[in-house]
Design a protein around this ligand. Sequence first.
Ligand SMILES: C[S@@+](CC[C@H](N)C(=O)[O-])C[C@H]1O[C@@H](n2cnc3c(N)ncnc32)[C@H](O)[C@@H]1O
Length: 332
Amino acid sequence: MAEVYVNHTENYYKCVSSASELMDNELTVSHLFRSGRFTKTGVPYGQVVASKLGIPAFSGNPRILEVGPGLGDVAQEIINALEQKDFHYTFADISYDAVGSLKKRFRGGCFSFITGDFLKEKLSEKFDFIICNEVLADFPTVVNMAFYRPKIREGDAETYFDALSLAKFYGLSFVKPANFNYGAVKFLEKARASLADGGKMFVCEHASSTPQRIGVFGHAEYTIDFAALSKVAEKLRFRSTEGGSLTELLGVQDKKAVIFYTQPELKMLYNFFKDQGTLLDQKPYEADEVVAILEQNEVCFYNKKAYASFLESRAKSLRAITGQFEYLILGA
Ligand SMILES: C[S@@+](CC[C@H](N)C(=O)[O-])C[C@H]1O[C@@H](n2cnc3c(N)ncnc32)[C@H](O)[C@@H]1O
């Protein structure tokens, strides 16, 4: 029987040397759609989340917690959606550099910052809104989880037995060894306890029917089983549950786009420019736009038209990307 062990990402995130490196190595959907250019309504990602949660219409001054905010693009859009209304926004991220750059970007008494592993933080406050975008897959996953007499990697027994009792409590069974989104379940429990009455929570992540390993730069993550997560949410007595595909939520246009991150030959160019001190913007482009950007950066083409068609032929369907993601909105 395969050995049971716990997949962690905390060492990777604690060691990231700059916040923008996060986005260079691992492009997120909120970053990709932060301009709203490729959504049907032209609304940026963070604003879609804000209106879906009813943040602008909230009566009173909302207390918002964002877990794993990264660069803070979702936060920026949520704050924009609040217009001039008072609010309090708490950022909780495990990466020192992410929190450092958030502190520079968001200044003033309406912001608080927590640096550390969210699952280990003691929270005394309640929040009206909790947002957790593309972080669930980073929380610990118990790999090869089995109910009966498994071989457990040294050092992981305590987590395994905790995972076992959680799985039993929430009615999740493992007939065959499978991966278990242990940290995501712990997150739901913790966030539920920190959500004020009437509060709402938004989570979004790469989804699949059973958690699958994704190798990313410097670490591995596990996709999220949203059916299991909904089962946990039901037991945690959330008053409302709504979820579905991110493609629908954002209204993603049926278009192909050139994205540096997903096209290996462009990733090389991206890294080349970065070494030269020019940071190209990681967002979706039309092929002609990429050619123009490269020209501005003094790249010479043997055949410009042919290169544009090559880029176009390798472009990615935006819906194929967002189609892999699901979201869940839970009301307390
Ligand atoms: C994939 S990035 C997502 C960033 C951002 N939410 C976005 O949508 O672009 C994951 C973020 O979660 C943070 N993170 C990972 N594990 C965490 C943990 N256990 N507690 C708090 N933050 C964590 C990382 O430092 C990083 O900022």
